[in-house]
Design a protein around this ligand. Structure first.
Ligand SMILES: Nc1ncnc2c1ncn2[C@@H]1O[C@H](COP(=O)(O)OP(=O)(O)OP(=O)(O)O)[C@@H](O)[C@H]1O
Length: 340
C-alpha cells in the first residue's frame, strides 16, 4: 500500500509543528523519518495513523483519501517506544488481543495458529506463556511487533521502537527488523532521531527540521550529498569551522584551503574524521597531538592546528603517535556552505 502526504500542516494552539509536508512512501518501502527532537516526526506518524487530524493537506492510502478515516479502519499497526504490553496478559494473549477484538471474526484455533506463527516470526517460540515482566526489554518490543502484525496491517508505523534499549540490543533488533520487513514486504514508516539507525535500516530517509522536510533520499544520497550544513551536521561526526571565502579560496583560522565554486563571503567548512590524513606523503598543515583515544577498531586522535578549533581523525592501531608529537595533516574533500 502506497502512502502519500500532500501539503500536510498541523498546528497545536499557535505552534506550527508540521509545515507543509509532502512525501510518498512506496508500497513495500521502509522509510525513516529522521530529525532532532521536536522536528515533527511523531506528529507526522500520528497523522498517518489517524491519531491526529491535519489542519490542512491530505493523506492518501493508495488512491483513497484517508484523512477522515478512523484509526480503527485505516489498517495500520503501531509499535511505540512506550506502547506497553498488557502486563496481566501472557505474551500469547497480548499477541492475540487485536484478533480477538477485531471486526473480522476468527475461530479460536485459527487465532492460536496465528499466534504460534507470529512467535516464530519474531523468534520467541516457547515464550507465549510468559508474562511481559518475565522477558527482556528487547523481547518485549518483539512481542509488540508481533501484536502489531497480528491483524495483517497494510502499513506498519514504528516510533522509536528501540529507543529505550541499550546499544547492542538496538543494533541486533534493527538488523532483525530489516529481515522481517524484507520477508513480509509491508509498507513501513519508522521514526527515529538516531542517524545510524535510520541509515542502517531504511530504503529512504526523510530528514526533518522545524516541521519541514529538509532533504530526502537514499542513505547513500543523503550521506554523499547533504544539501545543507544542518543535514551534514545532523548526520554526525562532523567538525565545523568558520571560514571566509575569497576568489575560490577559504581562509580558515590561519590556514588557506581551496574552495572552488564557493561564492565570496562568510562560509562554514565541515570536515569528517576521514577527511584528515596524518603524516601525508606531501603537503599538509602543521599539527600537534593533544590526546590519543584507543578504540576497538583503531585510534581516534585529537590535534591542534591553525584551523581555529581542535580536529579529530583516526589512525590504525599500530601507528605510533603520542600527545605533544608534531606532524602534518592533509585535508581531503572539505565541504563548504555559505554561512547562514
Ligand atoms: N499535543 C500537543 N500539544 C502541543 N504541542 C505539541 C503536541 N504534540 C506535539 N507538540 C509539539 O510539536 C512539536 C513537534 O513534536 P513531535 O513530537 O512531532 O516531534 P518529534 O520530532 O517526534 O520529537 P521527539 O523526537 O522529541 O519525539 C514539538 O515542539 C512538540 O512540543
Amino acid at each position: 500500500m502506497k502512502i502519500r502526504l500532500e501539503n500536510v500542516v498541523k498546528t497545536f494552539q499557535t505552534f506550527r509543528a508540521v509545515r507543509d509536508v509532502s512525501l510518498e512512501i512506496e508500497s513495500g518501502e521502509l522509510l525513516a523519518l529522521l530529525g532532532p527532537s521536536g522536528s515533527g516526526k511523531t506528529t507526522i506518524l500520528r497523522m498517518v495513523a489517524g491519531l491526529e487530524i491535519p489542519d490542512a493537506g491530505r493523506i492518501l492510502f493508495g488512491d483513497t483519501d484517508a484523512t477522515d478515516i478512523s484509526v480503527r479502519d485505516r489498517g495500520v499497526g503501531f509499535v511505540f517506544q512506550h506502547y506497553a504490553l498488557f502486563p496481566h496478559m501472557t505474551v500469547g494473549r497480548n499477541i492475540a488481543f487485536g484478533m480477538q477484538v477485531s471486526k473480522v471474526k476468527r475461530p479460536r484455533a485459527a487465532i492460536a495458529t496465528r499466534v504460534d506463527d507470529l512467535l516464530r516470526l519474531v523468534r520467541l517460540e516457547g515464550l507465549g506463556d510468559r508474562f511481559p515482566a518475565q522477558i527482556s526489554g528487547g523481547q518485549r518490543q518483539r512481542v509488540a511487533l508481533a501484536r502489531a502484525l497480528a491483524v495483517d496491517p497494510k502499513v506498519l508505523l514504528l516510533d522509536e521502537p528501540f529507543g529505550a534499549l541499550d546499544a547492542n540490543v538496538r543494533r541486533d533488533l534493527r538488523r532483525w527488523l530489516r529481515e522481517i520487513h524484507d520477508e513480509l514486504g509491508i509498507t513501513t514508516l519508522f521514526v527515529t532521531h538516531d542517524q545510524e539507525e535510520a541509515l542502517d535500516l531504511a530504503d529512504r530517509v526523510v530528514i526533518l527540521n522545524g516541521g519541514k522536510v529538509v532533504q530526502e533520499g537514499t542513505p547513500e544520497e543523503v550521506c554523499r550529498h547533504p544539501v545543507s550544513g544542518f543535514v551534514m551536521n545532523f548526520l554526525g561526526d562532523t567538525m565545523r569551522f568558520d571560514a571566509t571565502v575569497w576568489n575560490g579560496h577559504a581562509r580558515v583560522g590561519s590556514v588557506d584551503i581551496a574552495a572552488p565554486g564557493m561564492p565570496d563571503g562568510p562560509a562554514v567548512m565541515y570536515l569528517r574524521a576521514r577527511s584528515l590524513e596524518w603524516a601525508p606523503a606531501e603537503g599538509g598543515i602543521p599539527a600537534q597531538i593533544l590526546r590519543v583515544l584507543d578504540r576497538p577498531d583503531g585510534r581516534r586522535v585529537l590535534a591542534a592546528t591553525g584551523l581555529g578549533a581542535p580536529v579529530e581523525f583516526d589512525v590504525a592501531p599500530q601507528v605510533a603517535i603520542r600527545p605533544l608529537d608534531h606532524g602534518t595533516l592533509a585535508i581531503r574533500d572539505p565541504t563548504f556552505f555559505p554561512a547562514a
